[in-house]
Design a protein around this ligand. Structure first.
Ligand code: GLC
Length: 563
């Protein structure tokens, strides 16, 4: 009897445990051993620009909560919210002054909890942005650190004497212009900042820093967060000898000499830190996404870890740099797909020109947007969308320096216009300020909102939004698209990128015309024993007849093949 009771207690305990961990469970979700994030579609939200619930011109958490139904309906499984923590907003939240709270402009922790519980009801997971490399200069750790050379937190940041009077410790240049060192007159030493001077680098060589940062992640996991997007991971460590970086020819937008950053980026110690963060993430089955800017596939591979013990989802940001060309994408995808890790595809984010404009030729932007959607939402891997991409939002940079909000745009103008253009308010409807706010938003709404907005596009079956919805719906219910292998076809085709996704006896053919002229491709389907071609989703004038697929300019054709 006692044994039975113990068993019952054990079973109910286990049941409770598994329910409590449902949000972040690491359990495989399918026979292939795939986990939830491998089947999920992620969606990046820039909270300042998503939805303004209190009409102060800035988006907020309540605004996000009010749009969860929209996201669910679209087919989003996880939202990554860029930093919403207390911050002086020098870098719009990427300068965090308290890692364990919400900035009042975005709401409160109670608002966060409401958002998390509403998201959970809809089976949408929440990913926060963890700024691991630096804090704000207003963080209490830094305020103490700069107070004296013997302060408790002195060694939490990177302090050094200058080389000589008036000279910084070395030649390192900040990503955002000028020397990466700032003299603090009080203690006469310089501190290091890879980004703005208001973003001092944390000293990851100090075990206390490491532990404190690990604890921050635990704190949020306990609050129901399903993982983190780790910001700027490649800059966590600096050469202890602070050797000068070699200078190469040319200048950046701010007039600084270009450097090969061999002594302050991508140091091998980065991987120790990532393993540590992963170890903590594994305590709750959380997922880690990396802002991994890499020069090639072998660098990208390293971020997964030699024993798959670092990032589950290092973003393939090289994907955002490719030319719109079938052979270029074909070559890149094959390399990423063959790299051994689970690919993570991104086409736009808050730091780069939206793919709508990057690839758009001014005439066929909508068609090209559909091709890009059909591409990265049907590849083997996890896609991360960027808000507004699904409605064809246009990058709209300021036209005069006085209007620039992003500091790098002010320093770098006119060469570097900053990142305001890709951070404009979400376009919800045709009403004033695109339905984002009742007051003038922090950045102007692009004029395109009258035609490109959620309300109007939802009614139009041919809109970019309707295409995204159909595609996401297809992706969620098609086993081959979720779990299938990737097999490229027609290697030498200069115009059409085509591939199969194969899962057991299910085969999906994807054909994308990346050119502005009509194309016909003979896939010799009957020769390969396929007698049926069922159109799953295509653009209006693309279709299959017998073995031949006809594609309109920038046409998309996705079909289920059967024998
Ligand atoms: C990352 C962010 C970017 C920010 C920088 C400094 O690159 O994506 O927006 O400015 O880190 O934190």
């Amino acid at each position: 009897m006692r044994n039975r009771t113990t068993l019952l207690v054990l079973i109910s305990g286990l049941l409770f445990w598994s329910l409590a961990n449902a949000q972040t469970s690491n359990k495989a979700v399918d026979a292939e051993g795939h986990q939830w994030w491998q089947h999920a579609v992620f969606y990046e939200i820039y909270p300042r620009s998503f939805e303004d619930s209190n009409n102060d011109g800035l988006g907020d958490l309540k605004g996000i909560t009010s749009k969860l139904d929209y996201l669910k309906d679209l087919g989003v499984d996880a939202i990554w919210i860029t930093p919403c923590f207390p911050s002086p907003q020098v870098d719009f939240g990427y300068d965090v002054s308290d890692y364990e709270n919400i900035d009042p402009m975005y709401g409160t922790l109670a608002d966060f909890d409401t958002m998390a519980s509403e998201a959970r009801k809809r089976n949408i997971r929440i990913i926060l942005d963890f700024v691991v490399n630096h804090s704000s200069d207003q963080h209490k750790w830094f305020i103490d650190s700069k107070s004296s050379k013997t302060a408790k937190y002195r060694d939490w940041y990177v302090w050094r004497d200058g080389k000589a009077k008036g000279q910084p410790p070395n030649n390192w240049v900040s990503e955002f212009g000028g020397s990466a060192w700032k003299l603090d007159p009080k203690t006469g030493q310089y501190y290091y900042h890879f980004f703005y001077a208001e973003q001092p680098d944390l000293n990851w060589r100090n075990p206390a820093v490491k532990d404190a940062m690990f604890d921050v992640t635990r704190w949020w996991y306990k609050r129901g967060v399903a993982g983190f997007r780790l910001d700027a991971v490649d800059t966590l460590f600096e050469d202890p000898k602070l050797r000068d970086n070699p200078t190469v020819s040319g200048k950046n937008a701010y007039g600084d000499p270009l450097q090969e950053r061999i002594y302050n980026t991508k140091l091998p110690e980065v991987h120790d830190a990532l393993r540590g963060l992963r170890h903590v993430a594994d305590e709750t089955g959380a997922v880690l996404i990396g802002e991994t800017w890499t020069k090639d596939i072998s660098e990208l591979k390293q971020y997964y870890g030699d024993h798959s013990d670092e990032l589950q989802m290092p973003m393939d940001l090289m994907f955002t740099k490719l030319k719109f060309s079938a052979p270029v994408f074909r070559e890149h995808i094959a390399a990423v797909d063959g790299a051994g890790g689970w690919p993570v595809y991104v086409v736009s984010n808050h730091d780069i020109v939206r793919s709508y404009d990057r690839y758009g030729d001014g005439q066929h932007n909508d068609q090209i947007a559909r091709v890009m959607a059909a591409l990265y939402l049907t590849l083997r891997g996890t896609p991360i969308m960027y808000y507004g991409e699904e409605i064809g939002m246009k990058t709209t940079p300021p036209t005069q320096k006085e209007d620039v909000k992003d500091p790098i745009g002010r320093t770098g103008w006119p060469k570097e216009k900053g990142r305001d253009g890709e951070r404009t308010p979400m376009q919800w409807d045709e009403s004033q300020n695109a339905g984002f706010s009742k007051t003038s938003p922090w950045l102007p709404v692009p004029p395109t909102y009258k035609t490109y907005n959620v309300a109007d596009e939802a009614k139009d079956p041919n809109s970019v939004l309707s295409f995204y919805k159909k595609l996401l719906n297809l992706r969620h219910r098609n086993q081959a698209l979720l779990d299938g292998t990737y097999t490229p076809l027609n290697d030498s085709d200069q115009n059409v990128l085509s591939y199969l996704r194969i899962y057991k006896d299910q085969v999906v053919l994807v054909a994308l015309n990346m050119s502005g002229s009509p194309q016909k491709v003979n896939f010799e389907l009957s020769h390969h024993g396929f007698s049926s071609v069922k159109n799953l989703l295509s653009t209006p004038k693309s279709s299959a007849k017998g073995d031949v697929v006809t594609l309109e300019p920038y046409g998309v054709f996705i079909a289920q093949l059967a024998k």
